[in-house]
Design a protein around this ligand. Sequence first.
Ligand SMILES: N[C@@H](CCC(=O)N[C@@H](CS)C(=O)NCC(=O)O)C(=O)O
Length: 202
Amino acid sequence: MKLHESPSPNARRVHVFMAEKDIDCERVSVDIRGGENIRAEYLAKNPAGRVPVLELDDGTFLGESVAICRYLEGVYPEPNLFGDSPLAAAQIEMWQRRAELNFMAEVAGAFRNITGFFKDRETCVEEWGRVCAERAPKNLIMFDDQLAQSEYIAGDQFSIADITLAIAVDFARQVKVVALPDLANLDRWHNLVTSRPSFSAT
Ligand SMILES: N[C@@H](CCC(=O)N[C@@H](CS)C(=O)NCC(=O)O)C(=O)O
């Protein structure tokens, strides 16, 4: 197995997931800043032109970080990070999607459109970035309310949903395009989750 990656929040999701399961594999560095991911050779691996991509030993390429994590969960079931009952799996999926769509995508939209980081390959609309930057912190309130009732985002089990949201919060802090509010439950949970050894994985 090889992980095609670059230092980025989505590759980090897979790093943390793999560290939780104590698995590792060969890494292949992709220069996304230089546009390696949008050239034909890489697009043959992932037509979406994004990192990460997991290359399996039989030559299969898997894109989308959560799809990669699902594959790894199937092959390395312990510890369970996607839910071990129909209800737990549905709740984790629900919060994972909310973390991705309602926060991570808003932070990415703000970052990409305000900074023009990838303006060599996409149209950046600063005003749209500002809309995303305004929505992202408001959307965090839903997570803070949830975390007032449960230890982890989808209940009492640490899961892929926690990995997605914590990494998106870290990315928002790092790129500084979103003003993050002080939310006590979210802060308590962020400290808990990011103190796990897996969050130091690179
Ligand atoms: N939904 C995809 C998103 C992947 C993604 O957006 N990756 C970013 C890095 S975090 C990327 O490859 N950016 C390069 C580009 O946009 O050209 C996933 O979960 O893997």
